[in-house]
Design a protein around this ligand. Structure first.
Ligand SMILES: N[C@@H](CCC(=O)N[C@@H](CS)C(=O)NCC(=O)O)C(=O)O
Length: 204
């Protein structure tokens, strides 16, 4: 399998960390692709009509996107206990955390447009404030919700990759939320996270 990847994408890293946790990383060739809505990448558009990474390519099969679907597919190949819990409150907790993580990463990207990516004259402060509020409210919610012993699953993987990216991009900090801060510092020591460092600049 080949993963159309980006070393500075929280979503691509989520899929790759999931592959590592599922013991499948050695079956995946990782290929870096730059993407931006202002600079379309034909190699990515050929596989995903949204022009976004990550995309998982399989021999003789249709491509799989986005990160949620790639993780769901990889979990079907995983022989261990499912990383997307199958039932009960454990499932809804993991999926709720995944949804929060997707929102964090999406809000962080939107905020970066208002702070650094859009030409200065086109930036809109009320929108930046609105996205920053989504981040800080979600940090506060997570600080109440997260268990320092949170199991490794789709929820914790998605949260760790989103939060580590927010810090990498110097977006509003979660460091004044003590429980969340302790949890992320532990999770980022996992070999799956150490094997997938964030690097690089967005090319718009
Ligand atoms: N919901 C998607 C989001 C993917 C996404 O936004 N990827 C970014 C990189 S971080 C991208 O390729 N953006 C290019 C664009 O928006 O055109 C997922 O979870 O995979």
């Amino acid at each position: 399998m080949k993963l159309l990847y980006q070393t500075h994408s929280p979503f691509a890293r989520k899929a790759l960390v999931f592959a590592h946790e599922a013991g499948l990383a050695n079956q995946i060739q990782v290929e870096h692709q730059e993407t931006s809505p202002t600079r379309s990448n034909p190699a990515v558009f050929d596989e995903n009509p949204l022009g976004k990474v990550p995309v998982l390519l399989r021999a003789g099969q249709e491509p799989i996107f986005d990160s949620n679907v790639i993780c769901a597919f990889l979990d079907t190949l995983y022989r261990g206990p499912k990383l997307i819990p199958l039932q009960g409150e454990e499932r809804w907790r993991a999926l709720r955390f995944e949804a929060a993580a997707q929102g964090l990463a999406d809000s962080g990207i939107s905020l970066r447009w208002e702070l650094v990516r859009r030409p200065e004259a086109l930036r809109y402060q009320p929108l930046a404030d609105g996205y920053a509020l989504k981040l800080t409210c979600t940090y506060a919610w997570l600080d109440r919700q997260i268990d320092v012993e949170e199991p490794v699953n789709i929820g914790s993987i998605a949260l760790a990759t989103a939060l580590d990216w927010l810090e990498f991009r110097h977006l509003p900090s979660f460091r004044n939320y003590p429980r969340l801060s302790v949890w992320i510092d532990r999770f980022t020591q996992r070999s799956s996270m150490l094997a997938t460092p964030l690097a690089g600049e967005t090319q718009d």
